[in-house]
Design a protein around this ligand. Structure first.
Ligand SMILES: Nc1ncnc2c1ncn2[C@@H]1O[C@H](COP(=O)(O)OP(=O)(O)O)[C@@H](O)[C@H]1O
Ligand SMILES: [Mg+2]
Length: 252
């Protein structure tokens, strides 16, 4: 199996606050890896280190065999071209139409012709079932529709690796389920590998092939969702009973 993400002994502190303490993680090609952890454990920091929005203090991060910590800005840009990320609270540009929002990453990183760009925009809108929204402004879209367009924008360049930070946060349970299923569908049809940070057990159950639980700066647990949720480990039992209670509250 091809290893798409290989993180070795990654550490990151802010002053004396150690957030990641020798974290290692491998993600195989085509795999959906979910990252769990309580709020403030460093899940977003982990994703940000992977795309070099934050500089780790030590360790190595290989993406498709390339150590992203050793790259020139130009080489880094090249790696980022094949990476998609959907960050927490990622917003559409309010003053741009859906079409312009989707066109943005295509113009920024690639040299497609206007016709190629239009084809890609239409094709990605079809994938997220929002063809009719092409000329709308973000203010005319519901929360769930905005999420779908945000998702469309992050996959329009057909990245091999997708990083999601809390993709369903703030959505009602039905929309959250729809977005999770859509993520899974896109991942299968585009043959992507993904790392998904989430608090949403329902989302994880839909998406995850495997999951890790970050705690106190380390990968404390790793396994399938079933293995993790049925474990007798006291920390996991507490963590998941809390998550499940949260989830049930949302359903009610
Ligand atoms: N740029 C930063 N400067 C200082 N501290 C930060 C920065 N980014 C994150 N942190 C701290 O690192 C810890 C982990 O943050 P984060 O990865 O955002 O948590 P979460 O697991 O909820 O995504 C938090 O205590 C946060 O305050
Ligand atoms: Mg976060």
């Amino acid at each position: 199996m091809n290893i798409v993400v290989d993180i070795k002994n990654l550490s990151k502190a802010f002053g004396s606050h150690i957030v990641l303490d020798n974290v290692s993680l491998k993600v195989e090609e085509g795999e959906n890896m979910v990252v769990f952890g309580q709020s403030g454990t460093g899940k977003s920091v982990l994703l940000k280190c992977m795309v070099r929005l934050l500089e780790p203090d030590s360790g190595e991060i290989y993406i498709e065999g390339i150590n992203v910590l050793n790259l020139s800005p130009k080489e880094l840009n090249n790696v980022r071209k094949h990476l998609g990320f959907l960050f927490q609270g990622a917003a559409l540009y309010d003053s741009m139409s859906v079409r312009e929002n989707l066109e943005f990453p295509l113009i920024r990183h690639f040299n497609f012709t206007p016709k190629e760009r239009e084809d890609k925009i239409k094709s990605v809108l079809e994938k997220v079932s929002l063809e009719e929204a092409i000329d709308k402004m973000p203010s005319e879209l519901s929360g769930g529709m905005k999420k779908r367009i945000g998702l469309a924008r992050s996959i329009i360049t057909e990245p091999k690796l997708m990083l999601y930070d809390e993709p369903t946060t703030g959505l009602d349970p039905i929309t959250s389920k729809e977005i999770s299923s859509l993520i899974l569908e896109l991942q299968k049809s585009l043959k992507m590998t993904s790392v998904v940070v989430t608090h949403d057990l329902l989302c994880a159950e839909i998406i995850a092939d495997r999951a890790i639980v970050l705690n106190n700066g380390i990968v404390q647990h790793e396994g399938t969702i079933t293995e993790l949720t049925t474990s007798s480990d006291p920390f996991l039992r507490n963590f998941f009973s809390h998550e499940i209670v949260e989830d049930q509250n949302r359903r009610n």
